[in-house]
Ligand binder design. Sequence first.
Ligand code: ADP
Ligand code: ASP
Ligand code: MG
Length: 818
Amino acid sequence: MKVLKFGGSSLANPARFRDVADISSHYAADTPVMLVLSAPQGVTNDLVALVSAAQQGGDWQAALDSLQARFEALIIDADPALPEYERHALLQAARDQVQVLADYAKGIALLQHCPDPVQARMLGTGEQFSVALMTASLKARGLDAGALDATRLVKSQGDYLNASADIPSTIAAFTERKAQGLPRISVMAGFVSGLPHGETALLGRNGSDYSAAIIAAGCKADVCEIWTDVDGVYSADPRQVKGARLIDALSYAEAMELSYFGAKVLHPKTIGPLAQAGIPCVIKNTLNPSAPGTRIGTDGGSDRVKGISSLEDLALLTLSGPGLKGVVGMASRTFAAMAREQVSVNLITQSSSEFSISFCIAESDLKRATAALQAEFELELQAALLDPLGIETDMAIVSLVGDGMRQSKGMAAKFFASLAQARVNVVAIAQGSSERSISAVIRSRHCADAIKVCHENFFTHVPSIDVFLVGCGVIGGELLDQFHRQKAFLAARQVKLCVYGIANSGSLLLDADGIDLSAWKTAMAASTQAFTREALVAFVQDNHLTNPVLIDCTSAQAVADQYVDYLAAGFHVVTPNKKANTGTMAYYRELRATAQSQRRRFLYETTVGAGLPVIDTLQGLFNAGDALLSFEGILSGTLSYVFGLLEEGVPLSEVTAQAKQLGYTETDPREDLSGMDVARKLLVIAREAGLVLDLSDVVIEPVLPAGFAEGLDVPAFMAELPKLDAAFAERAQQARERGEVLRYIGEISEGRCKVAIKALPVEHPLAKVKDGENALAIQTRYYQPIPFVLRGYGAGARVTAAGVFSDLMRTLGWQQGV
Ligand code: ADP
Ligand code: ASP
Ligand code: MG
């Protein structure tokens, strides 16, 4: 015999009922079948609502009316094979059922109380309905089908609302029933069972899976198939995790652990009876019957880690105090008190000093649990042998499950590193003694993030970079183009880079599906949302983005001033903007401290020398104990271009105009010619070397004489510039006569920074640097007297954007280590 259980999702509407009839008749061609049916989806919830409305003086009649309408709709549109008189009989039976519910509800409303035995009978109504409708439909197709009474067959003991299986009695009951002859297709209600004296008891919410397992053990079935709305058990809840993987095989123990820790696809008690009887279990999809499903048996296959599950709505209770230490029986008293109150304990941890015991329970049991503990330990609490009970609500358990974990090292490390990566604080830890699961207690609000990152690290291995770009001018625009062009490259490297937000000073474009980079300009133009940090932070939280990166391609002070807040909110910050690193020393330090405490990266390789690997190289040297002695360099691509042409006799005004036209200068060339840009770069280097200096400490000799063209707009300034041509030509000429060239040089020497025009002998290494090139000569304790030299294009949108891109990829660096 085969047991086939169909859940509420497989009985949600008349079409699904027909699917179930099709599948059942197909199976019945080969073997006797036992169908175990749930209530149609949502009906049990409606019944629960009915009971609570009646109990609390609410509008129970409305709840009843909607239930009646649901039943009638399912019958009216049921299988066309159903004869009219049968349809009428079913409608009448449904009305009678609703009338019984109405009578109960009246009584409950009067008493303002619903005794458990009554509630058990009421809540099982949906299953009885499914059985009646399905049996009639199968018979109408000419099949040998008949309804069996679950209260007589599925025997249980314990609580009316949460009973446990009594397998020997079930076997006896089934044997007796079988002796009377069984139809080819037996149809039975799930969720409902019979206590020893025949009273109705429920098997707990979602308990139809458990019913199926009990009857499978009772009839020694060949297989127990659980039919639902997904293709099988996945590595995580497929509704929650995009890209969750279908598991083809699980061991009984793994399935038990996954369901116990919240994989809703299977009721936690289902596996026990099946494992004991050695009956295989298969999870299958009613909407896709040809899919093989997930097979659960003694052999779970070879994967080390199978799945991640989570349980929410939990409370963590902590018992602590000197009275616990070394006193025998405290733990047993604690859990005996829970057992008396029928409070189920999900997870227990105890500190090795025995100074505290913590455990998780369902939040709905919290009141009863705390009252029981207060009563149990009244004397100890009064005598201060115990501290006041610790209660933390809104907790969740995230568990990693797999038989193979015990043979492999580093699983726990990877699990906790993943939680840290998701910025999740672990409140308590438990590892099953079987080493088949590791669980962490965390706050509920972090649950989705925790699962997402764990799943990424254990299963998909495709880390994500969630990009928010501020500033979409020349560099920002080029960067977006590069992302777009490198799509295939990123896919090949198994990186999911997605731009979720683009902002400029005016507006913000956000798209939870990721912005289409072939059309971002149009979308941006249409966006009306204002750009604020709060909007970005809220978006990241709402969409559970776990690796958000702020890329600041502006040169705005206001954005730079917020980096600390972005880091604190969980963003990495990547930027070519020099403003943050050249602000106050206090802010400089705060940025680094925040990045470290938040486990986020602050990356600014492109602030000096654009794409040249300056910062990384310096950090590499200094981290290994080297120290800066002196520095000399050409740090401005613009001024490198300007002075290169001056040397060839081109007038200053003409060179500046050319550079401006080529896009080498800022919009206002005075920003370059003031020397401020070079001064900032120099300060970044000096601070990297450990010097404590501010921008005001950098001595700046601007290219232009003090006060020149002050107050003029850019065109007027450009028109004024030829007035300096003669003086510059003269200076260049004099240098030439001495065998020298003019260069705009940044210098660090004896702890002091200076930027100025310098005349260098033609054989000096920096004399050869022009045409927009940068060069940095770094003398350190190890690199002297011949300096360490870096040279190459130090400006331009392409190299700068490529440098930013490279920084961006480094936000993944430490993740790949986990
Ligand atoms: P039924 O009505 O058939 O009893 P349920 O809603 O109780 O169905 O269970 C099926 C649901 O369980 C799926 O739709 C899925 O969202 C959820 N689920 C949670 N965890 C998992 C998992 N690891 N694998 C598959 N489904 C899961
Ligand atoms: N109908 C019951 C419930 O919703 C049992 C089940 O579907 O498994 O809890
Ligand atoms: Mg279910």
